[in-house]
Write a protein that binds this ligand. Structure first.
Ligand SMILES: [Zn+2]
Length: 274
């Protein structure tokens, strides 16, 4: 029996972009045009004040709160990137907790919802950081270590992305992902970066080309980070009879799986005889 994504799909694509910069506006527009969804990791203690004028040539321009609220209206996910973009391994654990939980509280107040995602500032993570993240009700937290693979994360609090958008292997990986056929385990392409880098490196064509390659495919689920995390973790809650002939779904998700070449759905609360 193998997990399938909603609708029986075998692949998922998601994006994770950090710091809440002005260039996110163009990136969101590209995602929307390509039918894709992403996660934006914000530092709620560092929104740019209204009326602030950046020095000419400034590339890392954080958005104001109003700009963020106008951009993120529910389609894409807003997630924790810590209150002040602190380097977590170098601060006390109670300060870590404050950086995470205060950011989470601010984001929930301003954007609604229940924020449970995070990206580590600077990608910096150690055991104490993970412990703090867990205490703050975070379900997944992203690192910056590329796997160059499409595995479903085993440790969601050390979620390693497939690659950064400037990775020289980006389009090779995109081709491999699109062309992959006849496999059992579902595949996840997880891309991360900062949208200001497209302006700094003058390479918006990189993300345009990537999206063009992966858009509009009927075997890919285009989802935010938390949608994928919640779905996969819901599957872990399904329980089965000893003989494996009865499955029960205690969650609020319709869960899809493949058994003997047949794709089936398990409704919320359903007990299914196989
Ligand atoms: Zn950052």
């Amino acid at each position: 029996m193998f997990l399938r994504f909603p609708g029986g799909l075998v692949k998922a694509l998601t994006f994770s972009y950090d710091d809440g910069v002005e260039q996110d506006m163009r990136l969101v527009k590209l995602m929307d045009e390509h039918g894709m969804k992403g996660t934006f990791n914000l530092n709620s203690g560092q929104f740019t004040p209204e009326g602030f004028a950046f020095a000419p040539g400034t590339i890392h321009r954080r958005m104001t709160l109003a700009q963020n609220k106008a951009l993120f209206t529910g389609r894409h996910e807003v997630a924790v990137h810590c209150l002040t973009h602190a380097y977590l391994p170098d601060i006390s654990q109670e300060r870590m907790v404050y950086e995470i939980v205060k950011d989470r509280e601010n984001l929930e107040r301003e954007f609604g919802g229940i924020v449970r995602g995070m990206a580590y500032p600077y990608g910096a993570v150690d055991d104490a950081t993970v412990e703090a993240v867990r205490c703050c009700g975070i379900r997944y937290a992203r690192t910056t270590r590329s796997t160059h693979a499409f595995r479903i994360p085993q440790d969601w609090l050390r979620l390693d992305p497939t690659c950064h958008h400037d990775d020289p292997l980006l389009m090779d990986l995109a081709d491999r992902f699109v062309e992959a056929r006849n496999f059992n385990e579902v595949k996840l392409f997880y891309l991360w970066g900062h949208a200001y880098e497209f302006e700094a490196n003058n390479n918006w064509q990189v993300i345009q080309r990537f999206m063009d390659r992966l858009a509009g495919r009927d075997d890919i689920w285009y989802a935010t980070n938390i949608e994928i995390c919640d779905y996969v973790l819901a599957w872990k809650q399904v329980y089965a009879s000893v003989d494996g002939r009865r499955l029960h779904n205690p969650t609020s998700f319709t869960l899809w799986f493949e058994e003997g070449g047949q794709v089936r759905a398990l409704a919320p609360g359903e007990t299914l005889a196989l």
